[in-house]
Design a protein around this ligand. Sequence first.
Ligand code: BGC
Length: 804
Amino acid sequence: MTLYEEASFIVEKLSLEEKCKFCCGIDFWESFSKDELGIPSIMMCDGPHGLRKEIKENFCFVSSKVEKSTCFPTSTAWASSFDEDLIYRVGKALGEECRKENVAVILSPGINIKRVPICGRNFEYLSEDPYLSGKISAALIKGIQSKGVAACLKHFAANNQENNRYTVNAIIDERTLREIYLKGFEIAIKEANPWSIMMAYNRLNGEYCCQNNYLINDVLRKDWNYNGCIISDWGGVNDIVESINNGLNLEMPGYNDDYYKNIEKAVKNNKIKEEILDESVKKVIELILKYKEGKKIPYRCNIQEHINLAQEVAENSAVLLKNTDNILPGNTNQNIAVIGKLAKEPVIQALGSSKVNPNTMDNSYDAFLDNNCKISYADGYSLEDEEIDECLLKEAIKISKNKDIVYLFVGNPKYTEAEGYDRKNINLPKLHEKLIYEIGKINKNLVVILQSGSVVKMDWSDVPKAILLTHLSGARGGNATVNILLGKKNPSGKLNETYSNDLEDYPAMKFYPGDRNHLEYRESIYVGYRYFDTAKKEVKYPFGFGLSYTTFEYSNMKIKHNNDNTINVSITITNTGNMEGKEVVQLYISCLNSKLFRAKQELKRFKKINLLPGESKEVTFNLDEESFSYYNIYTHKFEIEEGQYSINIGSSSRDIKFSSIINKSGTCNKVPNYKEKSPSYYKLYEKEFNPGIEEYENIYGNKLPITTNAIHPFTVSSTINDIKHVYGGDLIISFINKKAYKFSGADRYMQITIKESLNDSPLRLMTMVTRGAISHKTITGLVNLLNKHYIKGLLEILRNTKRF
Ligand code: BGC
């Protein structure tokens, strides 16, 4: 009997009430149970880069009472490693920590595309490229699930910014959606079959993701044959009846009887068919059974090994962006200045639900000392205060004088990278920049170490001789950084996203942030290097770029057409320097004569290899038909356009070493051609890319919904902002605020997130934020009040609000 059949068998034995209870959490992190039938409650925890298990007495959004666990570098670093084997091992380690803590589901990985560099959560996502996101996340998922623990792939889909994330309506044409925003999910699902998936908060083309028929039924269930459990993002359900009817299986979290009773009432009133409910329950029970089954897999959890692995990830993901005169690696005999508080107090992760309680943490300052380096140190800046402190600056300059080498640590202040709100810009703090310029004037041997989970603007990049990007590098980032600086390890990370010169260079910024109802993805497929390379726009550092202490030579590219219609592409890589090192070989494909507008090239394969000095290896890639395909809006399938294709192999998107042209026959004659009505999409390099609305409507295939900030009538998804100007709105907001802070139980940092995002939050979310103190029914009461049904509203509030 399959687990699904077993689940179906169990569902038959449940009462309606029990079935409804299985479709929502019993608290913040746990599911309902039916022990008599052998179905325990399971626990779900964040993710993504470490296990974040809250201590039961303090369950909330997001508590400071969290069990200790290994803090891995954040996801952005995983992608920069370009190393599937390594990330598979991270997945295994996460799975082992879950097993040890009896956690059934880890809410990891998050793979939303980095559309704009200021998205607050980019540190938690993988890449601007869907192929890289898909492959790295598939490796992680396989690792987690090999230990009998469920991964939860999130956030499906188009949660590409934090501002307005709870309500924003992402308007995306079908092709862009399939090729860019869904592709990574598709790869991960087809390759690794995550046991669960999390639906995003936002709306997509008009419908909340948690009740989005297209996403759940057309894409997940029908097109991809996905058979796992579909879970809401925490507090992401707008209307539970619509959600269940459209295929959501589990609403998280849940607090009180309201949750299941809403479902029960709908079944009794025939608003949800019992067969549909049963299907949801089966999926939840099947997930629980998978975990029960998984527990039979033997495991051992050696935390020290995980900590070592965290270091290995940091060492293999740091990106050497610049190294003039081979100033790096440095050595222990040098007279060294170490400047910057981040050397002592690194930012190893960012704010929000991903923040773990690290079982250990190191720093670069100590790591230098452990390596017997002679160092002089100055803080350079304060981490609390962004004002320039002349005393700190002077001291830093004094210490940097006459040193053989200066290691200056810079990065984003603690609260900049966070869940719940976007960054305001991509600049480093002024005083970090000032230090770079000032120290650069008095010591040419300046090395900048950049701790950042997302793109920063680097107008200053000419000043230092070397720049090392270390991401948010987890528990052992300090040792990893110093090992690279001193040449014990050879850097091998490559950029998972383009570092442009300016924030405005990213085409999506023209349409960002939209408003709470309307966010156009008018730039279409032109995200990241797809835009920069096609537009031939100068960038600071291109996608896939990263230096090494050694050099690699590419030679002997060969193409072989196989009988099964696939193509083998081989290339030989030789380590021509004198240090062992790793190279990431990248394969891109360009369509040379397309009717459709296409990106100049797209990443289709990559491989990281290790080479000893003088050693050569041949790398072979197998290209299937899909590698050449685009999404056709007429057939609603990926198709191949007849024509010439260039297969490009290189060490970054801008450093192509070899190309070879092949012909392909087409799979569909009807290729959309937008040249006449949407010319801007074809001429990116001729003039500033700024497509008009009609041009995008032509691609979208319809008129865009009218931008309306209409707020009436109020609903449970109206935001706090919406009620600001309503008579009595102030009172309601102050009531909500008080409750939010009194009952949230969130940690000090999460309070900042709540505060920053409160105005954008829908009223219904207040139930989650206040841990049920403001109940569903109180919210309905508030909505009634706002809609001028005063008596009904007041009565509902008074009856249902506890703990005034
Ligand atoms: C986040 C998810 C997270 C969940 C539980 C949500 O706010 O968007 O990524 O897994 O909370 O903490």
